[in-house]
Design a protein around this ligand. Structure first.
Ligand SMILES: NC(=O)c1ccc[n+]([C@@H]2O[C@H](COP(=O)([O-])OP(=O)(O)OC[C@H]3O[C@@H](n4cnc5c(N)ncnc54)[C@H](OP(=O)(O)O)[C@@H]3O)[C@@H](O)[C@H]2O)c1
Length: 333
């Protein structure tokens, strides 16, 4: 008989990692346009931390005022399809897949096939789980927002983080000359991703002293657009992806994204921002890069579900170089 409950990482309020616990939760049922996936690996990101803390509070109308409407933590997962809705095409039971879906940090997750891609042979579940949010954001920031081209001088702020470590690699793959801005503790890691230089932002804080760049992408600095523009060449492009703790408790820096749109028509620089759209087609590009050895999943550590709280705490304090993976079940090979 199929069990009616499963193990999941649950969140019972907003706050620190003490609001998280592992517990039983009803097994979800896939609708006719959905997939049911048995989850092997998941990877938290800064979005997991935002949903845990309930900050910025502008999120609350969408996720729940006092407690999260969705009690199971999510989003990025890799696993094996265990049921296919009657109207879903292109997937079969037993397929190895990765994707993003709410409530993914559980034994089973219901997913929208538009956000799910096939994991190629040779790519591990742990590596695949790092891609859907962090690498997906990096790809869209680099290709769609920055439009990075070969030979350009590119600065990645936060190059040692989840999004930044993929941005650095994808920019190098595009033929750019990359400078990574990161703490000294992550300098060697940033260079191992292909950056020509790693600059410690605590030692050199004025962007003018970082160099002159055709493109600057910010995933971490959080200072106003006018400050980051100091590192741009005359016709350079600034892309704001985000920065934790960049502003007040309500918007937490989201006003910088707004200001790029307002300022852009009036200045010689191109100022823009990225808001990720989770797409199977982009995820497939990234998975194929992994399979082809053009990209590596920057996995700092793989931990079991019962260590999930500690892993998310590490992420919250920005101690993780690259990505952390939580493994729910090992894959039979
Ligand atoms: N727009 C979107 O659609 C979208 C999607 C995903 C994420 N985001 C946002 O992007 C940001 C990064 O996310 P993430 O998952 O990559 O977070 P993450 O893994 O925590 O990485 C952030 C990195 O920034 C570094 N850092 C902190 N302050 C810095 C500074 N002043 N200069 C340079 N580096 C600094 C941190 O470590 P060190 O200090 O040790 O270097 C850390 O490695 C978050 O604000 C997140 O909300 C936006």
């Amino acid at each position: 008989m199929t069990p009616s409950t499963m193990l999941a990482l649950l969140q019972r309020g907003y706050g620190g990692t003490d609001v998280l616990s592992i517990g039983e939760y009803p097994v979800p049922v896939a609708g006719p346009k959905q997939l049911l996936v048995q989850v092997h690996a998941v990877s938290p990101d800064s979005g997991t931390v935002h949903l845990m803390t309930g900050r910025p509070s502008i999120l609350r109308p969408f996720v729940g005022w006092r407690t999260p409407r969705q009690p199971v933590v999510g989003l990025a997962f890799a696993g094996i399809v265990s049921a296919v809705g009657a109207q879903v095409e292109g997937f079969a039971v037993g397929d190895r897949v990765a994707g993003s879906a709410p409530a993914a940090f559980a034994d089973l997750v219901v997913a929208n096939p538009a956000k799910v891609a096939h994991v190629p042979t040779g790519v591990s579940m742990a590596d695949a789980a790092t891609l859907p949010i962090s690498a997906g954001t990096a790809l869209q920031a680099l290709r769609d927002s920055a439009k990075v081209q070969s030979g350009q001088r590119v600065a990645i702020i936060g190059a040692g983080g989840g999004v930044g470590s993929f941005l650095t690699q994808l920019a190098v793959l595009e033929g750019a000359r990359v400078t990574g801005i990161a703490s000294a503790a992550k300098a060697a890691f940033v260079r191992s991703l292909g950056a020509e230089r790693a600059i410690d932002y605590r030692e050199i804080s004025d962007p003018r002293e970082w160099g002159v760049f055709d493109v600057v992408i910010d995933t971490a600095d959080g200072r106003p657009v006018s400050v980051l523009r100091r590192a741009l060449a005359e016709r350079g492009t600034l892309v704001i992806v985000g920065a934790d703790g960049a502003g007040g408790p309500v918007l937490d820096g989201l006003e910088r994204q707004l200001s790029t749109g307002l300022l852009n028509p009036w200045v010689r620089h191109r100022l823009t921002s990225t808001i990720q759209v989770e797409r199977a087609s982009d995820l497939q590009i990234l998975l194929d890069h992994l399979a082809g050895g053009r990209l590596r999943a920057p996995v700092a550590e793989i931990v079991p579900l019962d260590a999930a709280r500690g892993a998310i705490e590490q992420l919250q304090h920005q101690r993780v170089p690259g990505k952390i993976v939580i493994e729910l079940r090992a894959e039979d090979r």
